[in-house]
Design a protein around this ligand. Structure first.
Ligand code: AMP
Ligand code: MN
Ligand code: MN
Ligand code: MN
Length: 276
């Protein structure tokens, strides 16, 4: 069975529609897929309809932006009830934060000589949540960066000119919403955060106390060393293992759907008790 429990559609910063994400997952041999858009559930109905048609198991998911001290972490909720009011209300607040942040990002980009970035980013986002990735694509289209990653490096990453500090969900809050919606909370891409292992361990202590259940052992593009590091963290904190490509864009083959190695034997997969 191939599990891929972290992916994005154009309801946040993925390029494909939810139905096209599901189709690509199917084509790539994925059996169980979670769609986990940033701070929104709005793509799940379309993904579910496509999954039903193609005979693929869809796990309703979300990737929640969390503020912990001055740092930002991403917590994935899996097997959530997309109708749950507490979760929906919480995510709606985050969408509002995204709108007001987008305005501020655009003002700062304007000072860097990049005009009309708000309109451009909103056009790219359509009905979906506005993310920094949309700004990166707008900057790229304006010829002010060589790639999305370059746009982050020049303007959008933490510490750069157009970075805007934002108050996201609290850690307890995010985990509580996920649990209220019947889901399990998983720390996304542990290797992606720029911090010492000491700070990471402090965070994971809080995550476990809040009710967090899992950690992504496997992501697209991880080295063997990074996977070993993730295994050590999961073992130390008694967390189950998840696996997700973090697929956004078919042009990035290292994060394509369903291309992850097998879950290491010493780790209990987060799906071990999933019966249907
Ligand atoms: P946001 O949640 O709007 O702050 O945007 C975060 C998203 O930006 C992440 O989920 C990634 O998809 C993308 N991202 C963050 N940092 C980088 C980077 N250095 N290069 C490319 N994409 C990035
Ligand atoms: Mn993203
Ligand atoms: Mn993330
Ligand atoms: Mn993601």
């Amino acid at each position: 069975m191939i599990y891929d429990l972290h992916s994005h559609s154009n309801h946040s910063d993925g390029l494909l529609s939810p139905a096209d994400v599901v189709q690509r997952a199917k084509d790539n041999g994925v059996d169980v897929l979670a769609l986990t858009d940033h701070d929104t559930l709005s793509g799940l109905a379309e993904a579910q309809a496509a999954a039903d048609q193609l005979g693929l198991k869809l796990i309703p998911g979300v990737e929640i932006s969390v503020s912990w001290g001055k740092r930002v972490f991403h917590v994935v909720g899996l097997k959530i009830d997309a109708e749950n009011k507490q979760l929906c209300d919480g995510l709606q607040e985050l969408t509002k934060q995204r709108h007001s942040r987008a305005q501020k990002i655009a003002e700062r980009l304007e000072k860097c000589g990049i005009e009309n970035a708000l309109t451009a980013a909103k056009d790219l986002a359509g009905e979906g949540n506005v993310t920094r990735t949309h700004f990166a694509r707008a900057i790229l289209a304006a010829g002010k960066a060589k790639s999305e990653a370059d746009a982050f490096g020049k303007y959008l990453a933490q510490g750069k000119k157009a970075y805007v500090k934002t108050q996201w969900a609290g850690l307890d809050e995010a985990v509580n919403w996920i649990k209220a919606a019947g889901g399990v909370a998983v720390l996304a891409h542990p290797a992606r955060y720029k911090m010492s292992q000491t700070v990471m361990r402090e965070f994971l202590g809080d995550f476990v106390r809040a009710g967090g259940a899992g950690l992504e052992i496997l992501n697209g593009g991880l080295s063997a060393d990074m996977i070993r590091q993730n295994i050590r963290l999961a073992e130390r904190f008694g967390l189950q293992g998840s696996a997700g490509s973090d697929f956004h864009n078919p042009a990035f083959p290292w994060t394509d759907l369903g291309r992850l190695p097998a879950m290491p034997r010493e780790i209990t997969p987060i799906w071990h008790s999933w019966t249907e």
